[in-house]
Design a protein around this ligand. Structure first.
Ligand code: TRP
Ligand code: ZN
Length: 319
C-alpha cells in the first residue's frame, strides 16, 4: 500500500516497474541489461494492511500462549502453523524441518514455489521465533509477515520467474541462528551451490526506524538501494552487528547474501533523525527483546516501505 512517500517513481496501476540490473553471482542466466531480452518485470506493491493483519495474528498467538512465540514454546509452533496454512492454501510446497536445541524441538518452515530453474534458486527468509520476554512483533514478526505476504503476492500474481523461488521461516534464531544453521548444514553441497542468493529480513518495522541495507553481495545490495533511491528514501549500510541474523550461516557457506534492517537497540543520531525523521537520542527499537515488542511497536511507514522492497528485490533478482 502506498503511504504518502516523498518521490515514488515508476508507479503505474499499483504496480512498480522494476528495471532489472543484474550482475555478479546471483545474476545466473539473467539477460544482460540492454541485451534486448525482456528487461522489465513488474513487482507488486505489497499491501501493508495485509502485513499488519499477519502481525495481529502473531500477537494473538503470543497472547494466547504465555506472551511469547519463543523456541520450544507453544507460541512458536502456533506461529509456524499459521504461516504454513497460508502458504499451503496459496499453492506452495511446504516442508517442516525439525531440529533440537537446548533440549526442545525446533522447527524451520521452507516453502517452495513450483517452477523455475532448480539450478538457480533465490531465497528469502526471516526468523519466526521471539525471545521469551515478549511477543516479538518487530523482532521478528515484521520480517516474517513481510516475507509471508510477498510469497502470497507471488501466488496472487501467478508469477513464474526464470529462477526458482524459496521462502523460509527459521526457528531458534534467538538462541544463536540455530534453525538457519541447521538448514545450511544439512544441504548437500550441490543444493547449496544452487542457491544464488539469500535475502534476510530481521526487524524491518522498528518504531523509530532507520533504513539499513546489508553490505554483502554487491548485486543484492544494489537492488535494495535502487528500490529506496526510487522512492527517495536515503539508506545506510547496516552496522548494528554484522552476522547477527540468519544470513550468517548462508554467508559462511559461500552463498551470496543481503537484507534489510530498521534498527534495534542502537541510538538514532541527530543526523539520522534529520534524514529519516523520528527521535534522535532514542533507540531505533526501545522494546528490543522486551515485553513491549507488541503490535504497537511497529512503524507502519517503515513496514510498508520494507515490505515493498522485499517484493522488489525478489522480482528483480529472479526474473
Ligand atoms: N535478531 C537480532 C538479534 O537479536 C537482531 C539484530 C540485532 C539484527 N542487530 C542486527 C538483525 C543486525 C540484523 C542485523 O541480535
Ligand atoms: Zn531477530
Amino acid at each position: 500500500m502506498k503511504l504518502p512517500v516523498s518521490r515514488r517513481t515508476a508507479v503505474a496501476c499499483g504496480v512498480s516497474v522494476v528495471m532489472l540490473l543484474t550482475g555478479g553471482s546471483i545474476a545466473g542466466a539473467a539477460p544482460a541489461p540492454g541485451s534486448g531480452s525482456a528487461a522489465l518485470a513488474a513487482a507488486p506493491d505489497i499491501p501493508v494492511a495485509n502485513v499488519k493483519a499477519h502481525l495481529a495474528q502473531l500477537q494473538s498467538i503470543a497472547t494466547a500462549n504465555g506472551g511469547n512465540r519463543a523456541h520450544g514454546r507453544a507460541g512458536y509452533k502456533a506461529s509456524l502453523d499459521y504461516v504454513k496454512a497460508k502458504l499451503d492454501a496459496a499453492g506452495f510446497t511446504t516442508a517442516i524441518q525439525q531440529f533440537t536445541s537446548s533440549g526442545r524441538t525446533g522447527y524451520n518452515l521452507v516453502a517452495d514455489w513450483p517452477g523455475g530453474d532448480a539450478d538457480h534458486v533465490v531465497m528469502a527468509g526471516s526468523h519466526l521465533d521471539s525471545v521469551t520476554a515478549g511477543p516479538g512483533i518487530n523482532d521478528n514478526g515484521s520480517g516474517s509477515a513481510a516475507v509471508l505476504e510477498t510469497a502470497l503476492a507471488v501466488s496472487r500474481a501467478g508469477y513464474h520467474p526464470a529462477k526458482h523461488l524459496r521462502f523460509a521461516w527459521w526457528g531458534a534464531e534467538e538462541l544463536g541462528m540455530v534453525g538457519s544453521r541447521y538448514y545450511v548444514n544439512n544441504l548437500s553441497s550441490a543444493n547449496r551451490a544452487r542457491i544464488g542468493g539469500y535475502l534476510n529480513f530481521d526487524m524491518i518495522g522498528s518504531p523509530n526506524p532507520g533504513y539499513f541495507v546489508y553490505d554483502d553481495d554487491p548485486t543484492i545490495e544494489k537492488t535494495f538501494k535502487d528500490y529506496f533511491a526510487g522512492i527517495g528514501v536515503p539508506t545506510e549500510i547496516e552496522t548494528e552487528g554484522d552476522g547477527r541474523s540468519d544470513h550468517a550461516p548462508f554467508k559462511n557457506a559461500g552463498v551470496p547474501v543481503g537484507g534489510l534492517f530498521s534498527g534495534a537497540d542502537y541510538t538514532k543520531t541527530a543526523a539520522q533523525a534529520a534524514k529519516w525523521g523520528g527521535t534522535a537520542g532514542r533507540a531505533f527499537d526501545r522494546c528490543y527483546h522486551s515485553s513491549c515488542d507488541t503490535s504497537a511497536n511497529i512503524d507502519d511507514t517503515a513496514l510498508n516501505r520494507n515490505a515493498d522492497a522485499v517484493a522488489y528485490a525478489l522480482w528483480a533478482l529472479s526474473s
